[in-house]
Design a protein around this ligand. Structure first.
Ligand code: HEC
Ligand code: HEC
Ligand code: HEC
Ligand code: HEC
Ligand code: HEC
Ligand code: HEC
Length: 287
């Protein structure tokens, strides 16, 4: 009797463990992104020498998420940096240590210093290089390892980031000729968010493009349908074609230019751009 109860429990535990694994790998439709300051604390079993680092996630959100969350597949929840299998050890092994299994994976300190300080170094202006203490993006130890934890002064704690595909369609009042657009949001996350959300400051809710006073006009100005004319800046099509279509065309142009240069140098052609420029590459779903 006791044994069968035990068996049931074991089976249940295994089932539960299994389903949670499944859920973790299943693509999800959105994630919660923390706005505000994050204090990066290393696991408590390590002895540390420096103050923990607190940094504003918001100030950094306009950068590509992939700059920091470099292994994120853009369809699952984001894991912390010190999750098992990632950056687990505190310090790099001394060069004399016997190579271990996880040798190639960088230590916590190595990873953060490379990602954080690495980018900050690249940001240094000529003036800041001479006086690194003044750098807006700190490079000196005390700039990051400070005792002062900044105040959280943001109106929101987090926002919901839609992943995966979203369907973009014309406003109801518009007269449409084309199919709607199936837009893979997540596949664009290696671009800076502000490439498209150009008015976003990193610490407020993101508004849709066709929000009132943004690109909320369903029809072009009576004087001209030309989207390059400043009178049409609020026309929704201006926003979409000038941002989406334009970038895709630029990428195609770049690819052609590189192909020509490479051909003249006897090198293989560059990788083909995956950003569609044919109308049907974007306009391909029913509303
Ligand atoms: C400058 C580096 C940097 C950039 C850029 C960045 N993040 Fe983060 N993010 C972090 C760090 C560091 C943490 C804290 C991780 C930890 O505690 O292990 C974090 C935490 C998170 C978490 C919480 C993870 C958890 O453990 O619960 C989410 C979600 C997240 N970031 C999403 C994003 C998204 C989406 C973007 C792009 C819009 C982004 N981040 C851009 C550095 C960054
Ligand atoms: C892609 C470039 C980039 C990366 C990666 C990056 N930073 Fe920054 N960071 C900046 C820039 C630019 C500023 C200056 C922002 C401003 O104008 O105030 C900054 C500012 C800061 C500041 C000063 C004030 C503030 O806004 O919080 C701290 C502290 C900081 N970063 C810590 C970090 C930490 C910790 C990491 C790694 C988890 C990191 N940064 C990764 C570019 C970067
Ligand atoms: C751009 C931000 C940044 C700068 C500049 C920086 N660090 Fe760090 N450092 C971090 C982060 C983030 C961690 C990992 C998380 C933590 O310790 O809070 C870390 C971890 C460490 C650790 C291991 C943890 C501990 O407290 O013992 C040491 C030691 C360290 N840093 C020393 C330094 C020294 C020395 C300098 C100056 C030469 C420096 N750091 C400059 C961001 C920075
Ligand atoms: C990079 C993606 C992309 C490409 C390529 C693209 N469009 Fe669009 N287009 C959009 C988006 C996004 C909208 C706004 C949402 C909507 O109306 O479905 C739009 C809207 C339109 C509209 C207004 C709405 C309608 O259905 O009448 C027309 C007309 C249009 N596009 C024509 C074209 C033509 C013609 C081409 C090829 C020469 C083209 N588009 C190529 C993304 C694209
Ligand atoms: C290539 C352009 C592009 C990039 C890059 C991009 N987005 Fe978007 N995003 C869109 C479009 C288009 C929509 C749909 C807007 C609408 O419905 O009006 C959207 C919607 C959103 C929404 C939902 C807004 C609402 O109306 O509720 C959020 C939140 C968002 N994006 C956050 C981000 C963040 C954070 C990043 C950076 C990781 C990012 N986006 C990168 C184009 C982009
Ligand atoms: C800054 C450049 C840039 C902008 C802006 C941009 N894209 Fe893209 N787009 C890309 C790149 C690069 C890819 C290829 C991504 C990949 O490698 O999967 C892509 C891929 C796509 C695809 C995938 C086609 C497929 O199924 O293979 C669609 C659809 C698309 N973009 C539509 C849009 C729409 C709609 C917008 C505007 C809301 C937009 N893009 C804005 C660069 C851009």
């Amino acid at each position: 009797m006791k044994r069968s109860v035990l068996l049931i429990i074991i089976t249940l535990v295994m089932l539960l463990a299994n389903t949670s694994l499944l859920i973790a790998r299943e693509p999800i439709s959105s994630i919660e992104v923390p706005v505000k300051d994050i204090t990066i604390t290393v696991p408590s079993h390590f002895t540390t020498k420096k103050e923990p680092v607190s940094f504003s996630h918001s100030t950094h959100l306009p950068y590509s998420c992939i700059d920091c969350h470099h292994n994120w597949d853009r369809v699952s929840p984001i894991q912390g940096c010190m999750t098992s299998g990632c950056h687990e050890k505190l310090m790099p092994s001394p060069p004399t240590a016997t190579p271990s299994k996880g040798k190639k994976v960088m230590s916590i300190t190595g990873a953060y210093h490379k990602a954080c300080r690495g980018c900050h170094r690249e940001q240094l202006s000529e003036k800041e290089r001479k006086n690194p203490k003044e750098a807006a993006a700190p490079v000196e130890c005390a700039g990051c390892h400070t005792n002062t934890i900044p105040e959280n002064e943001y109106a929101i704690e987090s926002f919901t980031l839609p992943l995966g595909d979203m369907i973009l369609s014309a406003p109801e009042e518009a007269y449409t000729k084309r199919l709607a657009v199936n837009f893979p949001h997540g596949r664009h996350f290696d671009q800076e968010c502000q490439t498209c959300h150009h008015d976003w400051d990193g610490d407020s809710e993101i508004e849709g493009c066709m929000t009132a006073d943004c690109h909320d006009q369903a029809l072009p100005d009576e004087s001209t349908g030309d989207i390059n004319d400043p009178v049409n800046v609020q026309y929704y099509l201006t926003a979409y074609h000038k941002v989406c279509y334009q970038c895709h065309k630029d990428l195609k142009k770049q690819e052609k230019r590189l192909t020509k240069i490479n051909m003249e140098a006897g090198k293989p052609a560059p990788a083909e751009s995956k950003a569609p420029v044919k109308c049907g590459g974007c306009h391909n779903v029913e509303n």
